[in-house]
Ligand binder design. Structure first.
Ligand code: NAD
Length: 252
């Protein structure tokens, strides 16, 4: 199928849907200048995950871990939401039920204006006091003190899910429920390799949803997708949205 036909097909599937889920990964933020984890220019080509994103690494060297998070927070702040995040936020009003499930910790869906967001791996702008276990928003960037401390004097850590840690139970249960109930799922910029999140599109498909994939390259989801559109999310999503708005206003 030519790209134009794929976009038409994606619009047709979305027009039929009342209940839409967008499932996103690091690729959606790549055009904001935030490196993905895998693939070319992926973060793990340059850093060792086990040195930076584990409870052990933090216990061992909180300064080094926080320097890395401070760098990432600055990149996210500088980049801001890109046309892909902004289009997803705009799409919300076209459907009675619309949710975003993200594996990203960058908070860019919220910044773009999306309302119903499930963050499976936490959020880099939230922190947790190691002593009191209190969770709070912490927006300082760049950090004036590394590692930063809570008012109580204890260390704080980013409220994200590190390697070797369990995903938040409430979020993952909600994500499975939404995936099982949706009519259509857009799978955007994820390599669909990290479990259990990687099972969400398969669960949606098994329960009758159509799957629209947007990625630079094929992934395990491509084999079950109704349509896989290969290209940049920041270019393809605005095209789909423009076409969809046109169809909806024509009453087609
Ligand atoms: P991943 O790095 O494994 O895969 C990224 C995917 O995005 C690839 O399939 C790639 O082909 C695709 N991609 C790259 N640029 C794209 C673009 N412009 N348009 C469309 N697709 C594009 O990322 P993942 O699947 O999210 O892996 C999961 C892990 O990565 C999670 O643990 C997540 O927390 C973490 N992560 C998050 C961030 C962030 O918050 N921005 C950044 C890096 C990694």
């Amino acid at each position: 199928m030519a790209e134009d036909e794929k976009i038409t097909e994606a619009c047709r599937l979305l027009e039929e849907a009342k209940n839409v889920v967008v499932f996103t990964g690091a690729g959606i933020s790549a055009e904001s200048g935030i490196p993905t984890f895998r693939g070319k220019d992926g973060m793990w080509e340059k850093y060792r995950a086990e040195d930076l994103a584990t409870p052990y690494a933090f216990e061992n060297d909180p300064k080094k871990v926080w320097e890395w998070y401070d760098w990432r927070r600055q990149k996210i702040q500088e980049g801001g939401p890109n046309p892909a995040h902004l289009t997803i936020a705009k799409m919300e009003k076209n459907f009675p039920n619309f949710s975003v499930i993200t594996q990203n910790v960058d908070g860019l869906h919220r910044k773009a204006g999306s309302k119903n967001i499930i963050e499976l791996h936490g959020n880099i702008w939230r922190v947790r006091c190691l002593e009191e276990q209190k969770i709070f928003e912490f927006l300082e960037v760049p950090l004036s003190e590394i590692p930063p401390k809570c008012k109580c004097g204890s260390l704080i850590r980013p409220d994200v899910v590190w390697f070797g840690e369990a995903m938040p139970q409430k979020e993952i249960s909600q994500a499975f429920l939404l995936s099982e109930e949706c009519d259509s799922m857009l799978v955007v910029g994820t390599s669909v390799l990290v479990q259990p999140a990687a099972s969400l599109p398969f669960s949606a498909k098994t329960n009758g949803a159509s799957i629209i994939e947007i990625n630079l390259a094929a992934t395990p989801v491509s084999s079950i997708a109704n349509v896989s559109i290969f290209g940049k999310a920041g270019e393809i999503l605005p095209e789909i949205f423009q076409r969809l708005e046109q169809c909806l206003s024509d009453g087609m």
